[in-house]
Design a binder for this molecule. Structure first.
Ligand code: PLP
Length: 378
């Protein structure tokens, strides 16, 4: 990543992460929570492509009760980066991963007797009481013990004295759409499990079910913690969920004009000759392509130059796109281009990029490859 010949940014295309906006987003989210609820900062997949270590430092500074990741490798990266906060691992663990959990203090979320047994043995051998969160499947049908089988599992918690059952969690399948019917069913199932646990004197310090959608739209489901991924990054999980004043996207993608070219009528642009100039046109080449995660579209999409929209022409190459700047005659070599984010009064949102990919904002965010340097605005 470092070079003997530093240029900043290291190339003519980069991802910019605005850390003051992240701080503000987390403040806005905290202010919207009741005083009895904290938050977990969900940082899987390099904090949705934003840079997990940088986001983790700010989440920790803002008092996240846990940082949540999915793989042990992601967690080790944060530990080696100096992060001391409690880390919760989502997803499922292979038995061989528990040694690393103990070594790096990674709290697993578990849902089987086999995993309790294995972790209990290892923790007991080190004379430790190791925390775990129990994962309840209330209808997502992914990880976790099914809600109606949870009492049988929880009834056996006392067989594992080296485990400290500090958390219990579930996950919504649909929390950010207008129709909350199934989310409410899931919430009822979770509450039933919690009541059963209470009735047998099993007390969990941390009860959590909300993701960003649940946090925004289901205040009755906040419990002790909400798990915040996308909302902290300033992006709403859907078009219809509640809006919070002050939440702003923290990611932009920028580049510089790397070539300018005048086309005569009849000349074509790019592979497959997908665009043909009908009249005299001016084309700017931008040094970012599908090899950087830009959607592989043709004659579709726009970028911002001098606060104006320039349409893509031709196909997207691995390392370059071409845009028509005929109507932006002030364009010069190395002018700044915005591919995602605001410029002047215009904005290209992650939802616009997602539409080009026929996908959702989450997928569009994680699509920017590590090849694009991340520049952190502090
Ligand atoms: C990814 C994830 C979240 C965060 O979801 P957002 O919609 O980004 O807030 C929360 N909980 C679990 C289990 C997840 O996998």
């Amino acid at each position: 990543m470092t070079s003997k010949f530093p240029v900043n940014p290291r190339r003519g295309a980069w991802v910019e992460i605005h850390l003051p906006a992240l701080r503000q987003n987390l403040d806005v989210i905290k202010a919207a929570l009741p005083s009895t609820s904290g938050f977990i900062s969900v940082l899987k997949d390099d904090a949705y492509g934003h840079g997990a270590l940088e986001v983790a430092k700010i989440a920790a500074e803002k008092g996240a009760a846990f940082l949540a990741l999915v793989t042990v490798d992601e967690a080790i990266e944060l530990r080696e980066g100096g992060i001391k906060s409690p880390i919760l691992l989502l997803g499922e663990r292979q038995p061989e991963e528990f040694e690393a959990c103990l070594h790096y203090d990674l709290t697993p979320s578990l849902a089987t007797i086999e995993s309790f047994t294995r972790l209990n043995q290892l923790a007991a051998a080190q004379n430790r009481q190791f925390p775990v969160h129990v994962k309840i499947d209330t209808g997502m049908s992914r990880y976790g013990v099914k809600w109606d089988e949870a009492p049988a599992l929880l009834a056996r918690c006392n067989e594992f004295p080296a485990l400290q059952f500090e958390g219990i969690m579930s996950h919504f399948a649909m929390s950010d759409e207008l129709d909350k019917t199934f989310a409410l069913t899931q919430l009822d199932r979770f509450k039933t499990v919690l009541q059963w646990a209470e009735s047998t004197h099993l007390h969990f310090k941390w009860r959590h079910i909300c993701n960003s959608g649940g946090f925004l739209d289901l205040p009755q489901a906040h419990f002790d913690l909400v798990r915040i991924g996308i909302a902290g990054l300033g992006v709403y999980p859907s078009k219809v969920c509640r809006r919070l004043h002050g939440l702003e996207p923290i990611m932009s993608v920028k580049a510089r004009v790397a070539f300018l070219k005048d086309l005569r009528p009849g000349e074509t642009v790019g592979y497959g000759m997908r665009y043909k100039a009908e009249t005299q046109r001016r084309i700017a080449v931008i040094p970012i392509g599908y090899g950087d995660g830009f959607p592989r579209v043709r004659n579709q999409g726009e970028v911002l130059i001098h606060g104006k929209r320039a349409p893509l022409v031709g196909g997207v190459s691995m390392d370059a796109i071409t845009v028509d700047v005929t109507d932006i005659p002030e364009t010069q070599m190395w002018d700044e281009v915005t591919l995602l984010g605001k410029q002047g009064g215009e904005e290209i949102t992650i939802h616009d990029i997602a539409a080009l990919r026929n996908s959702v904002s989450y997928d569009a965010m994680v699509s920017w490859k590590p090849r694009l340097p991340r520049i952190f605005i502090i």
